[in-house]
Design a protein around this ligand. Sequence first.
Ligand code: NAD
Length: 364
Amino acid sequence: MEKLKFAIIGCGRISYKHVEALYRNVEEADLVATCDIIIDKAIQRKTEYENLINRKTVNTYKDYKEMILRENIDVITIATESGYHAEIALYAMNAGKHVICEKPMALSIKDAQKMIDCSKKNNVKLSICHQNRFNKCIVDLRKAVESNRFGKLINGTARILWNRNMDYYIQAPWRGTWKLDGGTLMNQCIHNIDLLQWMMGGEVDTVYSQCDTFIRDIEGEDFGTILIRFKNGAIGIVEGSACVYPKNLEETLSIFGENGTVCIGGIAVNKIENWRFTDNLDSEVKILKMQDQDPDTVYGFGHQSLFKDVIDAILNNTEPLINGVEGKKALSIILAAYKSRLTGLPTKFPFDNFSTIDMENLKK
Ligand SMILES: NC(=O)c1ccc[n+]([C@@H]2O[C@H](COP(=O)([O-])OP(=O)(O)OC[C@H]3O[C@@H](n4cnc5c(N)ncnc54)[C@H](O)[C@@H]3O)[C@@H](O)[C@H]2O)c1
């Protein structure tokens, strides 16, 4: 079987995870091109990959349109600043390429919907990097939800208590801006918000938020809370910070139902802190086996499985686990929270198009 040919657009901080994921799926995938407007970054990723596979296979580009024109590519992965995702993804899908896009898929409801429609129109796969959905204990938690072991779901909490100091924002000045990023809810907390909504039933009724910019010199919030009422009646609570002194404290997901309590923590929601069900089906040994080892960074191990999921979806013509529709869910909750911050009122779903750019209207 011929391998699927991949190209990466945007070769900054997270893109090494794409290189690693491709290497770990080397039986079915090959990297043929990297692209960054700063060519040295494209060369760096090319070199890393070629060193891993011991072969020269990768061409480098500064212009993604030229790359798409010249190269024979099946799948494009996008890891540019968030505000460019939609434009690049639409271009790639209209050129007939499958797309794996970093989170958030876009910064407006309208762009996210355009991406979903575009993937359908061109009959190509679209997947969004919410890689923590592939963590072992998260997969098991989702199975527990699906098999109704919690009984009636009552509440769930996503806590993301991290430290992102000013050096982090100065290093890449797009971070924390309304045009290209958003605040900590959009950039750091979106993964855990995705997991929370995935476990709690997905369909949202209302979102209310209080957030502010306390100590970082950025446009977006450096601390935020969200209160979510799901259509099934359950309530979700999000607490997200970029200000925790002096370093990252926790990323925890807790789910509570009438017959069960689960709390998952660890560096990247990978360790089970509590796993209790009235059915008592799981032994201590089994619970221990549900956990991943600690990853070296908060990015975790999930990119490898996510890339494999997309490869399988392409080869079998099925939908990836986190397709555009799924990717839009956490994005919508965060945009609803921003709208709530702007209006001072809860945002009722569905709501009209809203974008991080609308937050420029926020009075300081
Ligand atoms: N899944 C995760 O866990 C995770 C973690 C970190 C970041 N991210 C997301 O990944 C994206 C990138 O984040 P980062 O921290 O790597 O950013 P970064 O600033 O380090 O890298 C972005 C790169 O994109 C390049 N770029 C911009 N426009 C381009 C274009 N038109 N063509 C080619 N290259 C272009 C820039 O030159 C830069 O090198 C963001 O959307 C971020 O939210 C995801």
